[in-house]
Design a protein around this ligand. Structure first.
Ligand SMILES: N[C@@H](CCC(=O)N[C@@H](CS)C(=O)NCC(=O)O)C(=O)O
Length: 328
């Protein structure tokens, strides 16, 4: 666990001293966009045209941010066009590694490097910052296009449509501002809220995270008692950004991160909605609870010093969801 400073690895856990015990997530450093013709996107520089076989993703199956990019890769039929390397679930002193001693960990399929940080240094020998997944790598320019999942899913939503013929749109223009509003509450209180609760080092910082977190879950339960999806009758990016947190919740966030007022299985609508999204074609294959459970409990020695990985809970994501009866 550490970060790169001027291309050199330095170790240390998240520093919460300056922020009263609160965990503050830093922003991602590589912010270019793949576009159909290589024109520049909303940030970064141009020159990253959508081409089959040119791009490769580095992910962890444990990571909820990487998970959304794997979901979009599946939903948008990008598997034949964008390759994937999967890191080992343990994130220890050296950060994410390409150790293959865990089922599903592939190693670095492009260069055979030992650590994910080596990929960052290959992109920029003087790079500084956290070494995070997901990473979207350009084999042609030998650099990182982006390490920001919220932007990678927007690229995947449309950049390759000309190549794949898949024009499913999870970011439809008329719903964008409504999606942004819902995303921002869910990001702050839930996607990142679980980390704020789990990584807090004072009681006050923990409570400041966990109270709004359950307010959001209660609010979502009410929304999903009236509507099939967050935007009504149509599944959108907002649902796919929520799902990775819901699918991890009872297995890790409830116990390990102390988000334990309720579990997702205690919310009838949220639980049925989670099962529906899990059963969506292509999605269950992106869910790897063995990586998820192992990663959090084994990697966070400050929270779980003996690294005992729990055996439960038993969760039946395949159970009938009954959500098709909801019309709106
Ligand atoms: N902004 C990034 C955040 C990604 C992120 O924080 N990933 C975590 C894994 S869940 C990570 O790699 N952490 C390593 C670290 O912070 O050193 C995104 O959404 O793509």
């Amino acid at each position: 666990m550490g970060q790169l400073v001027d291309g050199t690895w330095t170790t240390g856990w998240y520093d919460t001293k300056k922020s009263g015990g609160a965990f503050k997530r830093t922003t991602a450093g590589f912010r270019n966009w793949i576009t159909p013709d290589g024109a520049p996107g909303p940030s970064g520089e141009g020159g990253f045209a959508a081409e089959s076989g040119r791009y490769h993703m580095y992910v962890s199956y444990a990571c909820p941010w990487a998970h959304r990019t794997l979901i979009f890769r599946a939903l948008k039929g990008l598997a034949p066009h964008v390759g994937v390397s999967v890191v080992h679930p343990d994130m220890l002193e050296d950060g994410w590694s390409f150790d293959t001693e865990f089922p599903g960990a592939t190693g670095d399929e492009l260069f055979g490097l030992a650590y994910l940080r080596d990929i960052y240094v290959r992109a920029d020998p003087r790079v500084s910052g956290r070494v995070t997944v997901p990473v979207l790598w350009d084999r042609e320019r030998e650099t990182i296009v982006s390490n920001e999942s919220s932007e990678i899913i927007r690229m995947f939503n449309s950049a390759f449509d000309g190549l794949t013929g898949n024009d499913l749109d999870f970011w439809p223009a008329p719903l964008r501002s409504e999606i942004e509003d819902v995303n921002s509450r869910i990001y702050d209180t839930l996607n990142n809220g679980v980390y704020k609760a789990g990584f807090a080092t004072t009681q006050a910082a923990y409570e400041a995270a966990v109270v709004p977190l359950f307010e959001t879950l209660d609010w979502l339960e009410r929304c999903l008692s009236e509507h099939r999806y967050l935007m009504g009758d149509r599944v959108t990016e907002a649902d796919w950004r929520l799902f990775p947190t819901l699918v991890r919740f009872d297995a890790v966030y409830h116990g390990h991160f102390k988000c334990n007022r309720r579990r997702i299985v205690d919310y009838p609508n949220l639980w049925a909605y989670t099962r529906e999204l899990y059963q969506w074609p292509g999605v269950r294959e992106t869910v790897h609870l063995d990586h998820i459970t192992r990663h959090y409990h084994y990697s966070h020695a400050t929270i779980n010093p003996h690294r005992i990985v729990p055996v439960g809970p038993v969760l039946d994501f395949e159970m009938a969801h009954g959500r098709a009866a909801m019309r709106v």
